[in-house]
Design a protein around this ligand. Structure first.
Ligand code: C2E
Ligand code: CA
Ligand code: CA
Length: 305
């Protein structure tokens, strides 16, 4: 990892530090983990600027009720249009944001974009809830709940239009603190979902206590259910578990009609995936609805005039 002695020594040092920290006893150098890596420092600076200057974008992916094909909500997915590298998916910059603590500002920035969009849709007579993804650091921040309520108030958006998604592994790593953070928000009318369900280790005792409204079956099971009996069984069992606990169940990653039909038969409530729509900029949903394959939220779901 270096052609000059001093670089090689410095990188060996980084690897040694990583090995000590991980407790594994050994580590291979990776620029990704290197605080001295020039590229990483540059990206970190650029990301901080992008967050501060409001250069992040949000794409929206619709969720539909499987039985009726009606739109029931959107998930907000962050994108970064990098000046040289073009559109970057979250996997290219979220890990860095999480390691450096920048994630809290990123979340606030995404929330700001989403609330403005909700306010604009409200004016057009649309009242479709949007779900924002949260990270561990957001949930461990004791001020998080108040920040969210302040942002909602200044945007003039009803609490029922905002939802949050927390991954199963985040929810289960610090369940007591997560409950503490989300319970007051849930009481204020904001709904929570457990994301990527089935990929972590859920304590069923905590699952029962978490104030959440729905679970989202991870797309690794949904994507394989049409061709793999084991995955289909896991999906079916998860739908039943969710329903027994009084939760709605969402399947993510639906890519074909066969999977959609299987989910319909399994009693799964809600679906999301490329078959329905890829994540798109907000402006494209009027056309998406005009196509007619999926149906707009019903009249009664619109805000009172
Ligand atoms: P996620 O929350 O599980 O989001 C779903 C991901 O699956 C999205 O990837 C979406 O584009 C992709 N997807 C949706 N339908 C399909 C499908 O039918 N097939 C396949 N193969 N993929 C599908 P994306 O946008 O790259 O986001 C990746 C992850 O980054 C998200 O996974 C979420 O954990 C995280 N993320 C995205 N936006 C935010 C954000 O604003 N804040 C935080 N903290 N995390 C975010
Ligand atoms: Ca999600
Ligand atoms: Ca997910």
């Amino acid at each position: 990892h270096g052609a000059e002695a001093n670089i090689l020594m410095q990188r060996a040092d980084v690897a040694m530090y990583l090995a000590k920290r991980s407790g594994d006893g050994y580590a291979v150098y990776s620029s990704d983990q290197d605080p001295y890596d020039v590229n990483r420092v540059v990206v970190q600076g650029e990301l901080r600027q992008a967050v501060d200057r409001g250069e992040l974008s949000v794409f929206y992916q619709p969720k539909v009720q499987i039985a009726t094909r009606r739109l029931v909500g959107f998930e907000a997915l962050v994108r970064w249009q990098h000046p040289r590298r073009g559109w970057l998916p979250p996997s290219e910059f979220l890990p860095l944001a999480e390691r450096t603590g920048l994630i809290k500002r990123l979340t606030a920035s995404v929330l700001d974009i989403v609330l403005k969009q909700l306010a604009a849709w409200q004016i057009e007579g649309w009242a479709v809830p949007v779900a924002v993804n949260l990270s561990m650091r957001d949930l461990l921040d004791p001020r998080f709940g108040q920040l969210v309520k302040d942002q909602l108030a200044s945007a003039g958006v009803g609490h029922h239009l905002l939802q949050f998604e927390i991954t199963e592994s985040t929810a289960m790593s610090e369940p007591e603190r997560v409950i503490q953070t989300i319970a007051p928000l849930q009481q204020a009318g904001i709904q929570f979902a457990i994301d990527d369900f089935g990929t972590g280790y859920s304590s069923l005792a905590y699952l029962q206590r978490l104030p959440v409204r729905e679970i989202k079956i991870d797309r690794s099971f949904v994507g394989k259910m049409a061709g793999n009996a084991g995955s289909a069984s896991i999906v079916q069992a998860t739908v039943e578990l969710g329903h027994r606990l009084g939760l709605d169940v969402v399947a993510e990653g639906i890519e074909d009609d066969k999977t959609y039909d299987l989910l319909l038969k399994s009693g799964c409530d809600t679906g999301q995936g490329y078959l329905i729509s890829r994540p798109l900029p907000a402006s494209q949903f009027a056309d998406w609805l005009r196509d007619g394959a999926w149906i707009a939220a019903r009249e009664s779901e619109r805000p009172a005039a």
